[in-house]
Design a protein around this ligand. Structure first.
Ligand code: ADP
Ligand code: MG
Length: 389
């Protein structure tokens, strides 16, 4: 993989870098978001070495131009964090820069030095999601080289992570590098026992990871809505709990294939390396958290693990009453000596909240990737990463 870290300084000085970042974040969370804080070192490095930086990003799934999904609010957020002026670049549907009276922003970009520009939401342009070569070529004409620091957006083959690399020398930024280095430890030779903790809303998004690690993981500790799907697959009552009905068959198969020979059904909530909650917290006909016995059981397993992956909360943690399970898991990970990767939008922010002193630990990595992390750990090739090889 080609890393920005290894790029000679003379190839940076006086050049313009198109830097892909992930700004697909709620505004009010932005200044504390690992996705935003994570890109600052790359921006600072580029500026310090005399490059101009044009930030590329997207927000939401707009249908054409939509002011509500503008990236403009990030000008203030980023300039506060960097203590530096950031110029916003608006464009029309042909990617001609249009900033009010000043129609010729392109010229400005070309003449300013060591400056930072933020380009409007690229998804306003039809070609972005289609990985359109024409758009890629046009976009590439604004820079001399390209850096991808948006690991969390690299599972989609869009112009700003994929096609653009056909036209410019392309490198992985510091955040991307960190993600790849940590996640590849898990992929290549994780120390055993390897424990994978899975919760959250939907099993479908995590199936790839489960399959990829089925023969490698010592334990899958299941919680959240996913556990409900495993329960329902065995005809256990789940009341009105969240459940992905269409996945019951698949979950049932996973569980059954894993049962030791001769064992017919659920036995202490366990089939081979798949472990289900042994007690749950119920309110108004809904399973909303794992119970205390499950927290204890999972914590014991976490304690003896050498490698841990955690994705997906153990319950409806947004309500404090049902956050105990997720809190318990966060604490157990914090106490363990394992190398741990924690990822997923909700999981990462929850983990940080619960473990404010996590910075003291170097063996816990909080991934900025949600879907991208899951796809990477499922063994899929990510379009935005392939092109940097
Ligand atoms: P992440 O963003 O970390 O990948 P997901 O998006 O998969 O996690 O799922 C997070 C959501 O799952 C949270 O909003 C949480 O409230 C919800 N959730 C987890 N368990 C339950 C449950 N038992 N009942 C209702 N919601 C749940
Ligand atoms: Mg989520």
């Amino acid at each position: 993989m080609k890393f920005l870290r290894n790029l000679p300084k003379e190839k940076i000085f006086g050049k313009t870098c198109l830097l892909r970042v992930d700004l697909n974040i709620a505004e009010k969370e932005a200044k504390n978001s690992p996705r935003i804080l994570g890109i600052l070192p790359t921006i600072k490095f580029l500026i310090k070495n005399g490059a101009k930086v044009i930030l590329l990003g997207h927000r939401g799934r707009p249908n054409g131009f939509d002011k509500k999904q503008s990236l403009k609010p990030f000008v203030k957020i980023l300039s506060n964090l960097l203590n530096k002026k950031i110029y916003f670049i608006d464009f029309d549907k042909n990617l001609n820069f249009t900033n009010g009276k000043d129609k010729d922003r392109k010229k400005n970009v070309a003449t300013a030095s060591s400056s930072i520009f933020l380009l409007e939401n690229l998804r306003f342009l039809r070609g972005e999601l289609k990985n359109d070569l024409k758009l890629a070529k046009q976009l590439s004409s604004f820079g001399d080289f390209y850096v991808n620091d948006a690991f969390s957006g690299s599972h989609r083959a869009n112009v700003s992570v994929s096609a653009i690399t056909k036209f410019l020398p392309s490198y992985a930024g510091f955040l991307m590098e960190k993600e790849i280095k940590n996640l590849s430890i898990i992929m290549k030779n994780p120390k055993k026992p390897l424990t994978i903790i899975l919760g959250g809303a939907k099993i479908s998004s995590k199936l790839g990871l489960i399959n990829n690690f089925m023969s490698k993981a010592d334990y899958f500790l299941i919680g959240g809505g996913i556990a409900n799907t495993f329960f329902a697959a065995q005809n256990l009552p789940i009341g009105d709990s969240i459940n992905e009905k269409s996945m019951e068959k698949e979950a049932g198969k996973l569980f059954k294939n894993n049962l030791p020979i001769g064992q017919a059904g659920l036995s202490a909530g366990r089939a081979g390396n798949i472990i289900l909650p042994i007690d749950v917290v119920i309110s108004k006909r809904k399973i909303l958290d794992i119970g205390q016995n499950t927290i204890n059981l999972y914590s014991q397993i976490i304690k003896k693990s050498k490698t841990i992956i955690w994705n997906g909360p153990m319950g409806y943690f947004e309500d404090k009453k049902f956050a105990k399970g997720s809190q318990g898991i966060a604490r157990a990970i914090l106490k363990s000596r394992a190398f741990a990767v924690v990822g997923g939008g909700e999981t990462a922010s929850l983990f940080k909240l619960q473990t404010a002193d996590y910075k003291l630990r170097t063996n816990i990595f909080i991934s900025t990737g949600g879907g991208a992390m899951l796809e990477y750990l499922a063994g899929k090739k990510l379009p935005g990463i392939e092109v940097l090889q």
